[in-house]
Ligand binder design. Structure first.
Ligand SMILES: [Zn+2]
Length: 417
């Protein structure tokens, strides 16, 4: 008989505790029933619990209960993603200090303490929502066990020759001081200026106009490009050009990536302003000149601007160029820049020693694995297959981009750290 007035706070608590204490949803390793296994996304421990966390688990919950009612042995694990940048940024905000201001071990201890507090909160909420995952045996992506699995998988890949270390241009966030995966980038519209600069022909009084949104990178210019079919500028191929303000000379090369109908048709190349610079550096074997330090300060190449922040230097150098009559004009523009989704800082391309995993040699296996799966909805298959087909990259993906591929190989998740 139901109470006249149903007290849900009392009744829900009673049954949730009963399920929990009696391991009602524990996965039975010894059962002969068919296994239905769910790869649950562990919520990220970064301080933001929102409706999305609960609503996404509601979908999974419906599927889990359906298969349990069909008599299957449902594996429905639960865990926390408490490892990596989102958690570190969260802790930095709480303690109002940056990780690099503290000894490494101290920061790790604070991270473990703070995440524990938040996890208890998350845990209670997931329990109170009545989810039937195996809450008692929850995992953590920073636990010694997970670290062991990651390291084992890393060494396994290394032994098989899939992993190598290389010094190569990588996406870099100067705020978080970490390499970024492509999936961590977010496009942002920003106001900027196109600066039209005078590049004098060495030994002559003539100049050509070069437009750039990044005058702070002039100290890192390695050459200038024109289009091979550009008759108007073809004579420059025999000349050298003088980089404004800095005064050093750079060669002029031809490359068909330079657009014939945009601006003056003369483009500066620095290592590295963007992905085209990256491609040019490889193709033409250009020297590498690093303009910025890991924390976004100008390097010694910037001479009197050394130590300045990127934006401050941009402003200062524009003033200098104007003073020296090397700035022809400025045009206000709005353009899209790639920013780091964790902090909104525009990402740079910096040369870093990193681990890489060779993925391109496995394109066929990745493609075939995608064909074998049943996709819901179906159109996600096409999206995945296109991603495998068109990815050219540089022959390998940074370790951070690799999680998806690893799980398709049946290898334990993310060997990131
Ligand atoms: Zn960042």
């Amino acid at each position: 008989m139901l109470d006249k007035k149903y007290n849900f706070t009392e009744k829900e608590k009673k049954w949730q505790d009963y399920w929990f204490d009696n391991d009602i949803y524990k996965f039975d390793k010894n059962s002969n029933k068919p296994i239905y296994s769910i790869d649950t996304p562990p919520p990220t421990i970064n301080g933001h619990i929102h409706m999305g966390h609960l609503s996404s688990y509601t979908h999974i919950e419906t599927v889990a209960r359906h298969h349990r009612m069909k008599g299957e042995n449902v594996y429905f694990p639960f865990g926390f993603d408490d490892n990596g940048l989102p958690t570190e940024r969260y802790v930095e905000k709480i303690i109002k200090k940056r990780a690099y201001d503290l000894p490494r071990q101290k920061f790790i201890e604070i991270c473990l303490d703070e995440t524990k507090k938040l996890e208890d909160e998350f845990f209670d909420l997931y329990k109170s929502a009545g989810f039937s995952c195996n809450l008692k045996e929850h995992y953590s992506s920073i636990s010694p066990n997970t670290q062991k699995i990651s390291q084992k998988s890393f060494l396994d890949l290394l032994k098989k020759g899939y992993i190598y270390q290389d010094k190569a241009p990588s996406l870099w966030c100067t705020e978080c001081q970490t390499a970024c995966a492509q999936s961590e980038l977010e496009d942002m519209e920003v106001e900027s200026t196109f600066n039209y600069l005078k590049f004098y022909i060495a030994g002559k009084k003539e100049y050509v106009t070069v437009a750039t949104t990044r005058p702070e990178m002039l100290c890192g210019v390695v050459c200038v490009f024109i289009n091979p079919n550009d008759k108007k500028n073809a004579h420059l191929l025999k000349e050298k050009l003088v980089v404004p303000h800095f005064g050093f000379e750079v060669p002029v090369y031809a490359d068909d990536l330079v657009s014939l109908d945009k601006g003056s048709g003369v483009v500066m190349c620095c290592t590295f302003g963007d992905n085209v610079d990256k491609e040019w550096q490889r193709k033409h074997n250009l020297p590498i000149k690093e303009c910025f330090t890991s924390n976004g300060k100008m390097t010694v190449l910037a001479k009197e601007f050394e130590g300045m922040g990127i934006i401050a230097c941009r402003k200062a150098i524009i003033e200098k160029l104007d003073e020296e009559d090397l700035l022809i004009k400025q045009e206000k523009i709005t353009h899209t820049v790639s920013t780091h989704d964790r902090c909104g800082t525009p990402v740079e391309i910096e040369v870093k020693k990193q681990w890489f995993i060779d993925v391109l040699s496995h394109k066929k296996e990745l493609y075939d694995a995608g064909m074998q799966l049943n996709w819901h909805p179906q159109n996600m298959r096409a999206r995945y297959l296109n991603w495998v087909k068109i990815y050219r990259g540089i022959g390998a993906l940074p370790v951070k981009d690799i999680t998806v591929c690893l799980s398709l190989f049946g290898i334990a998740k993310s060997a990131e750290k």
